[in-house]
Design a protein. Sequence first.
Length: 469
Amino acid sequence: MSRLRLVMRSTTVRLSALYIMLFALCAAFLVVYVTAMSERLLAQQVREALLQETSEVRGSYDRGGVNLLLRTMERRARQPGANLYVIASPTGEMLAGNVASVEPGVLDREGWTRMPFRYEPFTETGPPRPHVATANVFFLDNGLRVMIGRDLGEPGRFRGIVRRALMVALAIMGLGALIIWFGIGRNALRRIDRMSAASTKIIAGDLSQRLPVGVSGDEFDRLSESLNSMLERIEKLNEGLRQVSDNIAHDLKTPLTRLRNKAADALAEDRGEVRRAALEGIIAESDQLIRTFNALLMISRVEAGSIAAEMTSVDLSAISADSAELYEPVAEEAGLSLTTEIEPGLAVHGNRELIGQAIFNLLDNAIKYAAGSDGAAPIRVILSKQADGLHLSVADSGPGIPADKRKEVTKRFVRLDESRSKPGTGLGLSLVEAVMELHGGRLELSATHGEDAPQPGLTITMVFPFQTL
């Protein structure tokens, strides 16, 4: 009973009940309409047949008088399914015909009878039953009255058959609708139960759970897909938060310890030169910590989408060229060359500052890890229009990243240089990936010269979707 109440409270079942009510009203109207039309059609056919019969009988009287009229009516009265034929005197007394008696007053008025009237036949087979007919009465010039009528039993039975057939069809359709209604309600309730079970596990903390998605593609499936996308996003953010917490505890503990030790050494040192050097070291460590926290703050803002409202149409070609020109002296100082292959006039819908910061991070990484390699192998900035979007690539000729580690380096604080011999925080590629997600694009990492090359290098490509404004 409780499950039935749940079914009755579901929106799907209520909508189905409303549809069934509308269907029942339409079906009832259809029954009344079809029955009325059937009765009207039968009445019209009876009237037309009696008019034709009246015309023929009157014609026989005109051609041969009363004798031919009597013979004609007698002959027609003997035919199977014959009409009703009566000849009466001017006083209304029945003189001839195939009817024993008619309702009083029927023969007193010329023309169509106003209402169906009762009559008695001469012979009747089966149990007695009331006989009802309609008729057309006309007066002859000698005062005789002629009635030609039609029994309404057969049309009435036909109307009853039509009405019963429609009612049976309505009952069958109503029963089928109720069965379908109940089946839909149960199916909807089962799907809701599965969604509720998954939601209970999610509330308990298991964010890996997903709502079930069927193959029908209905509103439940679309809702589940949307919620699953939301859960995937929440799980990713929580995982990022957990990693950040772990990495902050690991990566920031060392610089904070160094900062504390340098402050203690500076406090204990009497010589001004040594104290000054210690304070400069403290400032350098503090700047590095500030840069780290600024990068974390920027990544958080980008992932939260708080900068999405600042997006406009951005000339990606100009930003790429300006960034390469800015870093060209830095590359030359590191013994590298920086070349560009930028297709002009390419624009995206995005945030200029974030895109510029992402390009700076890629160029900084390329120069940092390609330093010391052959300067003849340049760092290249490539911007081109491809079938799936605008591809902005920064390719270097450094040691590269193994294929199985490329997904890891986009996580926060992850650095393949375990010795930390290279400067950096491990947040550069995390910010680039967050920027690409904000712009609806993606980040691709691949080898520049092939996986098996001595110096495979690394090519990082930012794929922007085509501008839609």
